[in-house]
Design a binder for this molecule. Structure first.
Ligand SMILES: Nc1ccn([C@@H]2O[C@H](COP(=O)(O)OP(=O)(O)OP(=O)(O)O)[C@@H](O)[C@H]2O)c(=O)n1
Ligand SMILES: C[C@](O)(CO)[C@H](O)COP(=O)(O)O
Length: 229
């Protein structure tokens, strides 16, 4: 396996749960687009040598100008899996390890990127960052009645970046029609073991308006702390 690490960034979502008109990846956080923050974090990792971004199809040129010449930008697709698939195809042939990272996780620390890459390079074929679940989770039926309460201590909330041996992710994407909501779900379907590592609180996904408020507040707090140093 080549040890060269590349990253793909699905950034073509509409951001319907966030609302607000502007495509979510381009929404500013403390004045700079979320996508730019996510890409800079990937590039800050000593491991990542190529970044491919899947942008909203009508905004490929705009996104290219925001990110600059060092980042490859391709048109995303209708679903997240379509965007990831197109970006995977644009990676250099000698990339052996792939990190898939949501543009919508703009405050992810570079240390988490390094931890995921390091674990794949150490021999784990698939690695995902996770956090313990803090709410009790219920499984319900179509009528909203509770069917079951899974044991919370065995549940984890999953973040990105998710890291994979490239050959395995390529094979997994042959089954991308499966009803999964993350890349690791496709790899699990192959029977390949997926390893979890501790995630980071700041790597939360900006999904709803309250997440944007939280992200702005965290950035303001960290800027204020820097000013005090
Ligand atoms: N067709 C799509 C859908 C999603 N994404 C990307 O996948 C990541 C995670 O998706 P999510 O946060 O759910 O974003 P949206 O699909 O934009 O959100 P919503 O479901 O609220 O519209 C985001 O970086 C998003 O841009 C993508 O590249 N292409
Ligand atoms: C990949 C992901 O971010 C892991 O938590 C998540 O599953 C994406 O799901 P979404 O419905 O597109 O937000």
């Amino acid at each position: 396996m080549s040890t060269r690490v590349g990253a793909v960034v699905p950034a073509a979502g509409r951001g319907e749960r966030l609302g607000g008109g502007t495509p979510k990846a381009l929404r500013p956080l403390a004045g700079r687009p979320m996508l730019l923050r996510a890409v800079e974090t990937l590039l800050a990792s000593a491991h990542v040598t190529q970044v491919v971004v899947a942008a909203p199809p009508t905004l490929v040129d705009v996104v290219g100008q925001i990110l600059g010449p060092g980042v490859c930008v391709v048109p995303g697709g209708g679903e997240r899996v379509d965007s990831v698939r197109t970006a995977l195809d644009a990676l250099d042939d000698d990339i052996g390890v792939v990190l898939v990272h949501d543009a919508a996780r703009p405050l992810t620390p570079a240390t988490l990127v390094d931890a995921v890459a390091t674990a794949v390079l150490a021999g784990h074929p698939a690695v995902i960052p996770v956090l313990p679940v803090t709410d009790t989770v219920k499984e319900i039926d179509a009528d909203g009645r509770v069917v079951r309460t899974p044991r919370r201590d065995m549940l984890r909330a999953v973040q990105t970046p998710q890291g994979f041996r490239r050959d395995i992710l390529r094979t997994a994407y042959a089954n991308r029609d499966l009803p999964v909501t993350d890349d690791a779900g496709l790899v699990e379907a192959l029977g390949v073991p997926v390893t979890t590592i501790p995630g980071a609180e700041e790597a939360f996904k900006v999904t709803r308006p309250v997440d944007l408020v939280l992200a702005e507040a965290l950035l303001a707090d960290s800027l204020a702390r820097d000013g005090q140093r």
